[in-house]
Design a protein around this ligand. Structure first.
Ligand code: 7PM
Length: 275
């Protein structure tokens, strides 16, 4: 299977690593806009040197309970980083729900849109359709402010699958070819620990939808709930979770700890006969 990201054809015969580049102010010591931009660009270059296949750049914190940011603020965070990475060897993804940010990011060179809202905003759908870029359609229940209050499903795998099937169909109807689409069950987005574990076990069922699965488990609170580790000590748990996701059919893992994940996947590749 291949994922078409603008001119890139990402070969998914081996699992790929999407490195997370955080462009929100809380991620770096607050030395102002320019220092923040430079730190993010340096971080992005380091992740590529560590073996990242894609970089995901996000200026809006989508964490549970996060406050929304304005279009203007998000553009100021994300655009200088995308512009500063022009000509880089891997495709850039922009992590946003906002159509204006999608269009500006695509114009600046982003080749993938990572939308935790799965293009449910018609203008977002149009921005991706017009842009000839890849998209990640993610499931969530509720919105980031309230979604962890009382998640409920009768059958989480079936319900997430039905939602994603509908979003794939909507995207195709809007002119986004299947070769440009990835799906994501949205670990932690309106899910209890039990829901997240059911989804991890049930990834094969989502793979039947016929498009690549992207899995984001890195440093998430479900890993803290299992290990008792705070967010700064979840690398080992994150690598274990990424490997399990790949074992169950994920094609792309979205991670903070690129070097460690790349090494873990080299072992997986060796066992599975991919070089
Ligand atoms: C705090 C809690 C900060 C959670 C950040 C997060 C995903 C994503 C995020 C995911 C896709 C994080 C999350 N998670 N996009 N954006 N899939 N496609 O860990 O699982 O970065 S935000």
């Amino acid at each position: 299977m291949f994922l078409h990201c603008g001119p890139f054809r990402l070969d998914l015969s081996r699992p790929l690593v999407m490195g997370i580049v955080n462009a929100t102010p809380d991620s770096f010591s607050d030395g102002g806009q320019h220092l923040r931009r430079d730190a993010a660009i340096t971080h992005a270059q380091q992740l590529i040197a560590e073996g990242a296949d894609i970089l995901d750049i996000g200026g809006e914190s989508t964490r549970p309970g996060a406050q929304p940011v304005s279009v203007r603020e998000e553009l100021e965070r994300v655009l200088p980083i995308i512009e500063g990475l022009r000509g880089i060897s891997v495709p850039l993804s922009v992590d946003t729900c906002k159509p204006e940010v999608m269009r500006a990011a695509i114009a600046a060179g982003a080749l993938m849109v990572n939308d935790i809202n799965a293009l449910q905003d018609a203008a977002a759908m149009k921005a991706v359709a017009d842009g000839n870029v890849a998209v990640c359609l993610m499931h969530k229940q509720g919105n980031p402010q309230t979604m962890q209050q009382q998640p409920h499903y009768d059958n989480v795998v079936a319900e997430v699958g039905a939602f994603l099937r509908g979003r794939i169909a909507a995207a195709e109807a809007a002119g986004i070819g299947r070769e440009r689409i990835a799906i994501d069950p949205g670990f932690g987005f309106g899910k209890t620990l039990a829901h997240n574990l059911d989804l991890l076990r049930g990834l094969e069922e989502l793979a039947e939808l016929g498009v690549p699965i992207l899995a984001g488990l890195s440093r998430k609170s479900m890993l803290g709930a299992i290990t008792g580790q705070d967010v700064n000590h979840r690398a080992s748990a994150s690598i274990a979770a990424a490997l399990i996701a790949v074992q169950h059919g994920a094609s792309i893992v979205r991670v903070h700890d690129v070097r460690e994940t790349v090494d873990a996947l080299k072992i997986w590749n060796a066992v599975n006969g991919a070089a």
